[in-house]
Write a protein that binds this ligand. Sequence first.
Ligand SMILES: [Zn+2]
Ligand SMILES: [Zn+2]
Length: 257
Amino acid sequence: MGIKFSMLGSSSSGNCGLVETDSCKVLIDAGFSCKRILQMLDQLNVSIQSVDAVFFTHEHTDHTLGINGLSKFAHIKFFANRDTADAIQRKLTKKIDWQLFETGASFPFKELFVTSFSIPHDAYDPVGFVFNAKANEAFSPHSSLAWVTDLGHLPKSVSLKIREVDILVIEANHDVTLLQADTKRPWSVKQRILGRHGHLSNETTYELLASASDSQWKKIYLAHLSKDCNDTALVSKLFGSLQKNGSPLDIIVVDPI
Ligand SMILES: [Zn+2]
Ligand SMILES: [Zn+2]
């Protein structure tokens, strides 16, 4: 089948990605309004009718805003672990028919094989995902993808798991100097972002990418950039020097929107 990936949008204000095989489509998170998600899909010539499921990483609004509207489409399945589903459900009036998974479990969904894993973030039970599909060079040169945003540090178990994929979506949330100089955020919020259960800085993500010479990565998306405390030009410059086997890494810096 192979896997294609499109980022609908990613920043501290909203996150949503589209994973496609030749016969199924799933969203990772739904952190924009339903109307906006439909517009973003439309720009990719994807109909909401062809979207089979949404997989949620955690309950924060920048990952869940669109669920109320999306739940009106009866064919879409909503996947989350129990604590995340409960936390999202508490903010909704409509009862969602949740497809629950255990954190750490692997399971099939249509042609995809999905693995969730725990990540350190200040939410009830936040996860990252790995999606695998059978190789199909005619559809896509890629057959695996990892999504890891919203984590305060990189446990060894996570950094090992995400090395084994073709497409890596990883957070480069903030530049530490820009965050410390920011005047909008109170000290407590800065401490939260910088903490062990906050968000990855450019520097931490850079260290991971620079040290993982044994990775399989063919394409890397740097995501969940802070609009106020990061800068795409700065990120492009920092990560632009990264190489693997003498060639530059294929890195896409996702413009925060
Ligand atoms: Zn979060
Ligand atoms: Zn987030």
